[in-house]
Design a protein around this ligand. Structure first.
Ligand code: ADP
Ligand code: MG
Length: 714
């Protein structure tokens, strides 16, 4: 098939002279044609047969073959939602859950949120009538806290399992137990004795029930068995098959055209610059086809986007038709959908993506891939408890996935911005996240699910024992676990219910006692998004002057709070004189003038409204400390005491819990002030250890507010 025929459904967007109805029909037909042309379409019947015959099925298929969008529809029409059962499909990434749900709703001709919906943290687009539900793996884990048997699901599809996120790994362990329990649940009355004989499982079941109090809800209600499907893009199905007792694996043939891989002669010193040069080189010298660039994060994407926009006007007019489209996790979802739209005629799209475009989201029209070979990952140092995001080289598997994106619709080209011999030195595959992350969050959730013996949990791959112990220690210090390693009441239970990093959940639970929950909700929301500051390099000084009007001498947290409140006030005022849409538009302008990233701010507002709802549902009282900023800072100290640092004679700082030498990041309002004692929220490791989001505190507060930690240090 040519590139054009694969994009068939996009052409239907062109206005049809026969009116909107004909337009609609043309679009439906185009979608049907597109669906039938997908590689997975020819095995629809066989796949349904396999799902009927196997309780656990593993499906491996090339990216773009139609697994994520089609399989749930096959299951729906194949009768797997009879009796009201829901098909749940998990994704490691929010972006994928949202864009795929929108696409599938459109393919089914339904409104999003009705039959087809999605749910991700801080955003739920489902209803009682939702039967095909896309969600993040983390979200399904949270659902298990309220419904330990995941009883509303008839099928659960764990998609992108090869990504091996920590949530996917834990979810697989949980689903294994749930499936066992549910298949017994059906026969509960008939085979009573067998259940009693299998003591271990019965015990586990009782645990679950006891700790969540869900028993009443499920009593007498026969649970239907659960079908489990694990989907993956890589060829390595064995690890999943082994984990599920030799479960059956089937392969879906994909289509892949040859991709010409090009390397640089020398290693690049500045890959951002090399990326820019390559984009323009392709644009000016190569034939038609869109460009996909793999970058490490929002900041990098936004800075390259600006650089392209700056250079574009310098090109001859006939060459200016380049459309830049960013895609990354925190981008508002209407913007995310833009990658799927065809460019205006004559334009070439350049998609600037994080590694979400590797396998999660299949973007049509790509013929050129630029791969600088870098990826941002979370790492964890169990000895210091530090969990920085760092930029590392990709694995071979990732490099291959990336180049594969160029050959989906026809022969393509991939530009690896490193020399060929470097490729052979790359690691074969990425280490599963569970082996390189802080496990506090996961342990908190497992405990809330009634899994007390974390070291004995049936993980697909065991995490490091030291990391488990360190994370339990952290939870203990935060007051979430008792001496006996049980979830504490109420703090541990409250923390487990919040969809946040334990350290932030703790801050909210503590804020209640300091009468500043209203303020802390805002701060935690702002700390949960990528930086809300936006300062182009050439306007750095100007931006600092403008932002000075917001800055608080007490630190970055109170500065963030001031900015949020100022923006809120501005928005409310604008709403009084104009429509909500107009007000939002005005707010974006306000952001620009004040060097604030309006996307990040919007994201923070959404998070704020959700966590506010969460704490209200938990019965916490949202009160404000008004102008009493001392209370605020005491609350920060009581929550983030593990990230305290003391000034040293040479003007640097020593982090008290890890012993690391750190410096205040130049972006902090405290950069020049250098107070005696600080707490911080983020540690950035470049050639120096920088701390960001810093506030000044009194050293003596630490033993007073966190004796469980600082009494030991004395
Ligand atoms: P897989 O999960 O096997 O990687 P998908 O089901 O995600 O494959 O994608 C199948 C096809 O659907 C691809 O050709 C992709 O380009 C197309 N597609 C997916 N999402 C969208 C969308 N939002 N808009 C247009 N096309 C889409
Ligand atoms: Mg997929």
């Amino acid at each position: 098939p040519s590139m054009a025929s694969n994009n068939a459904d996009h052409t239907a967007k062109i206005n049809n002279p026969n009116g909107p109805k004909a337009d609609f029909m043309a679009r439906r037909q185009a979608i049907e044609k597109h669906r039938k042309a997908l590689p997975i379409a020819v095995v629809e019947k066989r796949l349904l047969e396999e799902v009927r015959n196997n309780d656990v099925l593993i499906i491996v298929g090339e990216t773009g073959s139609g697994k994520t969008t089609q399989l749930p529809q096959y299951l729906f029409y194949g009768g797997f939602c009879r009796n009201g059962g829901v098909i749940g499909i998990t994704q490691p990434r929010r972006v994928a859950a949202v864009t795929v749900a929108k696409r599938v709703a459109e393919e089914c001709g339904v409104t999003l949120g009705q039959k087809v919906g999605y749910a991700i943290r801080f955003d739920d687009a489902t209803s009682a009538s939702t039967r095909i539900k896309y969600m993040t793996d983390g979200l399904l884990l949270r659902e298990a806290l309220l419904d330990p048997y995941l009883s509303k699901y008839s099928v659960i599809v764990v998609d992108e399992a090869h990504e091996r996120t920590v949530h996917t790994d834990v979810l697989l362990g949980l689903l294994k137990t749930v499936q066992k329990t549910r298949s017994q649940g059906v026969n509960k009355n008939v085979h009573n004795r067998t259940i009693e004989a299998e003591n271990g499982i019965q015990l586990e079941k009782e645990n679950v029930v006891e700790s969540t109090g869900i028993m009443k809800h499920n009593q007498g209600k026969n649970l239907s068995p659960l079908k489990l499907i694990i989907m993956s893009a890589s060829l390595d199905a064995k690890i999943f098959s082994d984990y599920f007792g030799g479960a059956r694996a089937v392969h879906v043939q994909g289509r892949q055209y040859p991709v010409d891989v090009l390397y640089t002669h020398q290693p690049e010193t500045d890959y951002v610059d090399a990326t820019l040069i390559t984009i323009f080189q392709i644009h000016l010298e190569e034939g038609p086809g869109d460009i996909l660039v793999f970058l490490t994060g929002q900041e990098e994407i936004e800075s390259i986007e600006r650089l392209i926009q700056e250079r574009l006007p310098k090109l001859p007019e006939s060459k200016c038709k380049l459309l830049v489209i960013p895609i990354f996790a925190s981008l508002p979802s209407e913007k995310q959908m833009k990658v799927f739209m065809p460019p205006p005629s004559g334009f070439r799209k350049v998609i600037l993506a994080t590694n979400i475009a590797e396998t999660s989201v299949t973007i049509p029209g790509i013929r050129y891939v630029i791969d600088p070979g870098m990826v941002k990952v979370r790492t964890y140092d169990a000895s210091t408890g530090i969990e920085p995001l760092i930029i590392v080289k990709t694995s071979k598997a990732q490099a291959l996935q990336r180049s594969g994106r160029a050959g989906r619709e026809g022969p393509g080209k991939c530009y690896r911005l490193y020399p060929e011999n470097e490729f052979y030195k790359l690691k074969a595959s990425t280490t599963p996240e569970i082996k390189r992350c802080n496990l506090a969050n996961v342990i908190l959730q497992l405990k809330a699910l009634g899994v007390d013996d974390i070291l004995g949990f049936d993980f697909i791959e065991e995490p490091d024992r030291m990391a488990i112990i360190k994370s339990m220690e952290l939870l203990f210090l935060l007051g979430a676990l008792t001496d006996g390693s049980k979830l504490s009441d109420p703090v541990g239970h409250q923390m487990a219910r919040l969809p946040l990093d334990p350290i932030y959940s703790k801050a909210l639970v503590v804020a209640n006692q300091f009468n500043c929950l209203e303020e802390m909700l805002i701060i935690v929301a702002l700390l949960s998004v990528e930086s809300i500051y936006y300062a182009p390099r050439e306007k750095l000084e100007e931006s600092r002057t403008v932002l000075r009007s917001f800055s608080s001498l007490e630190g970055d947290h109170l500065t963030l709070l001031k900015i949020y409140r100022a923006s809120d006030e501005f928005l409310e005022k604008s709403k009084l004189v104009g429509s909500p849409d107009k007000a939002e538009k005005k707010l974006r302008k306000w952001c620009k003038q004040n060097f604030i990233n309006s996307r990040s701010l919007k994201h923070a507002r959404d998070i704020h409204s959700q966590i506010r709802r969460n704490v209200e549902q938990m019965g916490l009282c949202v009160t404000s400390c008004g102008d009493d900023t001392l209370q605020m800072r005491r609350c920060l100290a009581a929550s983030f005491f593990l990230n305290a640092a003391l000034k040293q004679p040479d003007g640097t700082y020593r982090a008290l819990s890890s012993g690391l030498a750190v410096q205040i990041h130049p972006s902090s309002v405290l950069f020049r002030m250098k107070p005696e004692c600080i707490i911080f929220n983020e540690l950035v490791r470049t050639n120096q250890n920088y701390v960001r989001n810093v506030s000044t505190i009194d050293y003596l507060w630490l033993p007073e507010l966190a004796p469980q930690f600082y009494a030991l240090l004395e």
